[in-house]
Design a protein around this ligand. Structure first.
Ligand code: HEC
Ligand code: HEC
Ligand code: HEC
Ligand code: HEC
Ligand code: HEC
Ligand code: HEC
Length: 500
């Protein structure tokens, strides 16, 4: 434009500061993108952050640059129209017989084809990327560390987060990505509530997630469960074990197994009094032929009138399996398991009580917990069990390391995540679980009671210490481990058992 001899390469309107900035930005980002694309494509194990930058962070800037180009041109057009700038000397025209025009046209065609292909691959990779376990569990690592750590040890460790949290279909994809976007911003600003609230209200119904892989209407018979419990002090009693058959069937016992709950027989609806759905005072069961039974507790808010529709939830898999992929166990079962598997020697005096004690305390951070657990346990053995410590130093060191490992895999002080914040609703020993309804206190107007019979959900086939084992395939009367005062018959297990 400076000398009259040179012809302009682009439309007259192209030459303005806004368009320059846009073009520069677009060119710069395009250069970066080509480089990163290459890196991501050809490396065997591309980093999560590389994917994040390439497919999620940079593309909006590229688009911004491209948008600025026409905006600048439009701005200049307006300026010309208002007479603030010189009018265009000559109207744009394309003349295919001129080689300069043909070249420009080819450049445009090839350029936009490459751009289109890159956009297509890019959006697919962006989609893939946000679907990956790494994206959910690692990118937001501080936020999701508890769930991710627990998940890698769960039976669902090969099921992607999105298969339960999003499921199939574009609608849920968009919905969850929009709410995910908000979460990303909250994370950046460190605004996220700790612990992350549960239950997740917008979790997709189980029919569209769990039931894509499982079909509990087709579960048959029973599965076996074996637990071994250790006394506080090995000198007081031998370990106690219980073997039982869980009646998981969708059909068993006149069509009444555990999974018949929501399949062959009835649909169950309930209203919870609290946010975490741990106190349930109104339950409605609707049989397949449509007959309704309503069960309430004595002090239910809904004895006279049913709860408002928005408080009623239809029971599905997650109401029992609330922790299928990321369960945070309590100190007592964790220590029982480590003793049983030999990571902690069961011969060490008072080890169960001491380990449970240090695991139950609240710490400010993971680092502080590791330090204090080691210090407290070693101090106890050096002072209170001095001779045993001298004779078995290595055994105690191993036990201390095992307790620290238990802590780091199940307790997350930074996110305030632990068993008492995220109750597991399977069972009734440590959280109310089944006994939220099956506590024997939920009765219908006609006098039917939701069963608390110990034999309705499982059959105990073996119980006791190794030298005094009772066995029966018919089912045994429950005997409370170590000491049986009969209180479990009338009280709920959770009245005494908290897991710590
Ligand atoms: C097998 C299904 C399943 C998989 C796989 C799964 N989740 Fe979950 N997740 C759930 C359910 C069910 C809940 C709701 C628990 C509740 O309502 O009490 C949940 C809740 C959550 C919560 C809310 C806080 C909490 O712990 O309750 C977060 C965060 C979460 N999941 C993250 C993840 C991440 C990250 C992954 C992958 C590493 C993942 N989930 C994989 C089923 C799953
Ligand atoms: C993408 C498929 C898939 C989805 C979705 C899925 N699961 Fe699973 N689930 C599996 C597989 C596979 C196993 C078996 C793992 C094994 O046996 O090692 C399993 C195992 C289980 C088990 C048995 C665990 C155990 O201790 O053996 C339960 C309970 C379960 N799933 C519940 C659920 C619930 C509840 C949901 C929905 C929140 C769900 N699953 C969603 C694939 C899935
Ligand atoms: C009323 C509570 C309840 C509901 C609702 C429920 N389950 Fe279960 N489920 C159990 C119990 C109890 C077990 C026994 C295992 C245990 O105690 O961990 C079990 C076991 C399982 C198992 C492993 C045993 C087997 O039969 O293979 C799978 C898989 C499973 N459930 C999937 C589901 C799915 C999927 C749904 C939803 C469609 C569902 N469950 C609904 C209570 C329930
Ligand atoms: C929201 C309330 C609620 C929860 C929580 C609940 N149930 Fe139930 N359950 C019911 C109701 C209501 C019935 C009775 C259905 C009917 O016949 O009307 C029932 C019946 C049963 C039966 C049949 C009992 C019989 O002898 O007739 C089994 C087995 C069962 N539930 C297992 C479980 C297990 C296992 C859990 C926990 C993992 C559980 N339920 C949690 C409401 C609940
Ligand atoms: C509504 C169903 C239901 C009823 C009624 C029921 N249980 Fe259970 N019970 C379960 C389930 C589910 C589990 C958990 C299995 C698991 O941890 O996966 C369980 C677990 C147990 C355990 C092992 C505890 C653990 O976590 O190590 C014992 C012991 C037990 N029950 C005893 C009893 C006794 C005693 C009664 C009668 C007062 C009873 N149960 C009534 C469903 C029931
Ligand atoms: C009155 C309080 C009380 C009630 C109610 C109660 N327990 Fe216990 N339970 C205890 C005490 C105390 C111990 C002994 C702890 C120890 O010595 O290690 C214990 C120990 C146990 C243990 C072995 C300890 C372990 O390592 O987990 C099991 C299993 C158990 N109880 C099951 C049950 C079940 C199931 C119920 C409900 C049906 C129940 N208890 C109700 C007080 C109670």
């Amino acid at each position: 434009m400076d000398s009259g001899a040179k012809k302009p390469k682009f439309s007259y309107y192209f030459y303005n500061p806004i368009t320059y900035v846009g073009a520069l930005l677009a060119f710069f980002i395009l250069g970066c993108e080509i480089l990163l694309f290459g890196l991501d494509f050809f490396s065997e194990n591309p980093s999560v952050y590389l994917g994040l930058v390439t497919y999620l962070i940079l593309p909006p800037f590229l688009i911004l640059g491209l948008i600025l180009i026409p905006i600048g041109m439009r701005w200049k057009r307006l300026q010309v129209a208002r007479g603030r700038m010189e009018a265009q000397p000559k109207l744009l025209h394309i003349d295919p017989s001129k080689s300069t025009h043909r070249n420009a046209f080819m450049v445009f065609l090839i350029g936009s084809t490459i751009f289109l292909i890159m956009t297509m691959i890019g959006s697919y990779r962006a989609f893939q990327h946000t679907e990956s376990v790494q994206f959910c569990g690692v990118t937001c690592h501080d936020l999701m560390k508890p769930e991710y750590t627990a998940y890698t040890q769960s039976p669902h460790a090969r099921v992607k987060c999105v298969e339960c949290h999003i499921g199939e279909g574009a609608g849920w994809y968009v919905r969850s990505k929009l709410s995910g976007m908000k979460q990303v911003f909250n994370t950046v600003e460190q605004k996220y509530p700790r612990p992350i609230p549960t239950p997740v209200h917008n979790l997709r119904p189980a029919k569209e997630t769990c039931e894509q892989c499982h079909w509990p209407g087709k579960s048959f018979s029973a599965i076996e469960l074996k637990r071994t419990y250790y006394p506080d002090d090995p000198s007081k009693s031998a370990p106690w074990s219980i073997r039982m058959l869980m009646h998981v069937s969708g059909q068993q016992k006149h069509d009444m197994g555990i999974h018949a709950h929501m399949y062959n027989n009835n649909d169950i609806f309930y209203a919870a009094d609290d946010e975490k759905r741990q106190k349930i005072s109104w339950v409605k069961s609707v049989g397949k032929s449509g007959q309704e039974t309503i069960y309430t507790t004595k002090d239910s808010l809904y004895k006279q009138n049913p709860p408002p529709a928005n408080k009623i939830r239809r029971m599905d898999c997650m109401d029992c399996h609330s922790r299928p992929a990321h369960n945070f166990s309590a100190p007592v079962p964790l220590v029982n398991r480590a003793l049983n598997e030999g990571q902690i020697s069961p011969n060490i005096p008072m080890i169960k009580a001491e380990a449970v004690d240090v695991l139950s305390k609240q710490y400010a951070s993971d680092a502080q917990a590791v330090q204090e657990i080691r210090a407290v346990l070693l101090a106890y053995y050096k002072e209170k069990q001095a001779q045993y410590y001298i004779d078995h130093t290595e055994q105690i060191e191993d036990a201390v390391n095992a307790v620290i490992s238990i802590y780091s895999h199940n307790f997350f002080p930074e996110m305030k995540a632990r068993w008492d914040v995220y109750p597991n609703n399977i069972g009734h020993l440590i959280s109310e679980g089944c006994f939220r309804c099956h506590d024997g206190e939920h009765a219908s107007f006609q006098g039917a009671v939701i069963s608390r019979d110990c034999k309705s959900c499982h059959t105990i086939i073996e119980q006791g210490t190794p030298d005094a084992l009772q066995r029966s395939t018919e089912g045994l009367e429950f005997q409370h481990p170590f000491e049986d005062d009969g209180l479990w018959k009338t009280m709920n297990c959770t009245d005494c058992h908290t897991g710590s």
